[in-house]
Design a protein around this ligand. Structure first.
Ligand SMILES: NC(=O)c1ccc[n+]([C@@H]2O[C@H](COP(=O)([O-])OP(=O)(O)OC[C@H]3O[C@@H](n4cnc5c(N)ncnc54)[C@H](O)[C@@H]3O)[C@@H](O)[C@H]2O)c1
Length: 259
């Protein structure tokens, strides 16, 4: 799908990876709905996109809620005339003191934002998408592909996003929607910088890794998942060395799709 002239909703679009993706898709000619809790940063992102000649609006939402999610998707239809692309990207980590010391409310909130909201977004967006073709990208993480001892609940939520994307793809494809996910390594965003500061305050040795990935590299990977019409239910891992499609596992007795 060529994003030019298309309409994209980006959750968590006010910061980090979501913001970089909003800027890139807007530069490619898509109209963007930035959906986020962070009002000031959302307005700032809209102003940047508009100043660069793009089209964007901000809508304040909590992606865990059904009414908010419907409102965010309806904004795309009402303001820009349709919905072609949904990028489910908003996310948080458990943070220190980590599981199991963190409160039950905290780790449930992580699953709610990082996994449940992705499922909800796909559910509510599919009927609104252009029957000629839509694209959904979900932000998972390398933490969803491999064991992640630093934050097991985050890892479980992101593994859920990967498997949900694999498993949803045939249902979505019947509706002419391609659903894929991106699995970033460590990216230089406010989420990561906050985690490093918290770790330092708690007396751990922590710092920005030399191999940290820039948000623009993840935005480029998301653009690939949107533009490459051959990709259905795939996970694109992004390491510092670059992106690579993950080999999709096959259930026993079934054949793995050729890459
Ligand atoms: N930064 C990394 O190293 C990294 C690595 C792998 C995956 N990810 C994932 O990438 C995504 C984006 O993370 P980021 O690093 O850009 O973080 P970020 O904190 O810079 O941006 C996340 C955005 O999501 C928004 N958000 C959080 N909860 C929300 C809610 N309930 N409703 C609406 N908006 C909400 C925040 O306000 C923020 O603007 C997340 O899903 C994260 O788990 C990040």
């Amino acid at each position: 799908m060529d994003p030019k002239g298309k309409v994209a909703v980006i959750t968590g679009g006010a910061s980090g990876i979501g913001r970089a993706t909003a800027q890139l898709l807007a530069a490619c000619g898509a109209a963007i709905v930035i959906a986020d809790l962070a009002e000031a940063r959302g307005a700032e992102t809209v102003a940047e996109i508009t100043a660069a000649g793009g089209r964007a609006v901000f809508v304040k939402v909590d992606v865990t809620g059904e009414d908010d999610t419907r409102r965010m998707l309806d904004t795309a239809v009402q303001r820009f005339g349709g919905l072609d692309i949904l990028y489910n990207n908003a996310g948080i980590a458990v943070g220190l003191p980590g599981y199991p010391a963190a409160s039950i409310q905290r780790w449930r909130r992580v699953i709610d934002i990082d996994l449940q909201a992705v499922i909800l977004g796909c559910y509510l967006a599919a009927p609104l998408m252009d029957p000629k073709g839509g694209a959904i990208v979900n932000t998972a993480s390398m933490a969803g592909l491999y064991p992640y001892k630093d934050d097991p609940v985050y890892g479980a939520a992101k593994a859920g996003v990967v498997n949900f994307t694999y498993s949803l793809a045939p249902w979505a494809a019947k509706r002419n929607i391609r659903a894929n996910c991106v699995c970033p390594g460590v990216v230089d965003t406010p989420l990561v910088r906050k985690g490093i500061e918290e770790a330092k305050r708690a007396g751990h040795s922590a710092g920005i890794p030399a191999t940290i990935i820039q948000p623009s590299a993840i935005a480029a990977a998301v653009l690939t998942l949107i533009t490459d019409d051959s990709l259905f239910g795939r996970a694109l891992e992004v390491r510092p060395s670059g992106p690579r499609l993950v080999d999709t596992p096959a259930a026993p007795g079934t054949r793995r799709r050729a890459d």
